[in-house]
Design a protein around this ligand. Structure first.
Ligand code: SF4
Length: 110
């Protein structure tokens, strides 16, 4: 899976009720054709499902996460691997800059 497809899957997973394809396109910073190809790849892998919905009178595709959790998926935020894996430093998670930076990459607000 390409990095941009993994990013797309991460965004889709975080949307509890799914994400509109046009919103996904904006968040990925790609054009509509590129976004459609990314979604097609994820559909073919059965990682996501897609349905046609109407929002504000406009029809749009809603993309929802459908796949299971990949082997290392929960350890990756964007392109950053969990810094705790293999770490042998003195541990204080509340003040660990590497962990906090990784959590921010998840898009989670603390
Ligand atoms: S929180 Fe920081 S110090 Fe602790 S294991 Fe993770 S990376 Fe290492």
């Amino acid at each position: 899976m390409e990095e941009i497809e993994e990013r797309a899957l991460g965004l889709i997973r975080r949307g509890k009720d799914g994400i509109l394809q046009k919103q996904l396109r904006l968040e990925l910073g790609v054009d509509g054709r590129r976004c459609a190809r990314i979604v097609r790849t994820l559909l073919d892998a059965k990682s996501v499902g897609r349905e046609l919905v109407t929002t504000d009178g406009v029809r749009a595709y809603l993309i929802r996460f459908a796949g299971g959790v990949g082997k290392y998926e929960l350890l990756v935020a964007g392109t950053k691997f969990d810094p705790c894996v293999g770490c042998i430093d003195e541990c204080n998670p509340a003040s660990c800059a590497r962990l906090n930076k990784w959590i921010k990459a998840l898009g989670v607000s603390l």
